[in-house]
Design a protein around this ligand. Structure first.
Ligand code: 5RP
Length: 223
């Protein structure tokens, strides 16, 4: 039983004819894009925007009409994965490196639907290293600033080279342990010059769809 697929395909059923849809990134969002692609091939009429080059390519392969972000206007919904989800609908995202576009697309969506298997549901965020997107200019200075904040950053690598995001930036994965106040940390990190954004999505998720070990689904709506 593929739990990521179960959650993602359930979320794809939220997409209706005429909608403008944000397409997430990662191995769970992959299944949502494929299911939406099947529905498009069967006649579903939507417009979409992708959160990464990889998802853009996949969507186009399925024939999903992809519109540039600045031309699509407000989105009805976005379906995306997450690395961690807490009971207050806060998330850590960016394990796949797409956090910046994901956050922009989520902020432009009426509804953010998060799809995940049960392993992503946690009581406290922070076991998963928090990705922080950093501009290459003065990156070692920014890295030091993250160290001084106690974030225990590690540059994300791509073989022998530093990993580069679709935006040409670097990622510092911060080994924080349990995060006491996600909202406060989000603000503190984004105030650092050199930081573009970070993977904390504070109360941005509207619906969380978790597929559990027995194949059943929890569909949670933010009050
Ligand atoms: C990419 C993301 C992904 O949604 C997150 O890393 C979860 O990925 P997966 O579904 O492969 O476990 O935030 O930047």
């Amino acid at each position: 039983m593929n739990l990521k697929q179960i959650a993602a395909e359930h979320a794809a059923s939220f997409v209706e004819d005429g909608m403008k849809v944000g397409l997430g990134t990662g191995s769970t969002a992959y299944y949502a894009i494929c299911r939406i692609g099947e529905r498009v091939r069967a006649g579903l009429n939507i417009q979409a925007v992708a959160t990464s080059e990889a998802s853009d390519k996949l969507a186009r392969e399925w024939g999903i009409p992809i519109i540039p972000f600045d031309q699509i206007g407000r989105l009805d919904l976005t379906i995306d994965g997450a690395d961690e989800v807490d009971p207050d609908f806060n998330l850590i995202k960016g394990g796949g490196g797409a956090l910046l576009r994901e956050k922009i697309v989520a902020a432009n969506s009426d509804k953010l639907i998060i799809v995940a298997d049960g392993s992503k549901a946690v009581q406290k965020l922070g076991k998963f290293p928090l990705p922080v997107e950093v501009v290459p200019f003065a990156s070692e200075w920014t890295f030091k600033a993250l160290e001084n904040m106690g974030c225990q950053p590690k540059w994300r690598m791509d073989g022998p080279k530093q990993y580069l995001t679709d935006n040409g930036n670097l990622i510092a994965d911060c080994h924080l342990g349990a995060i006491a106040d996600a909202s406060e940390l989000n603000v503190q990190l984004n105030m650092l010059p050199g930081v573009v954004d970070n993977g904390l999505f504070v109360k941005m998720a509207d619906v969380v769809i978790i597929a559990k070990e027995d194949g059943s689904i929890d569909e949670l709506h933010r009050p």
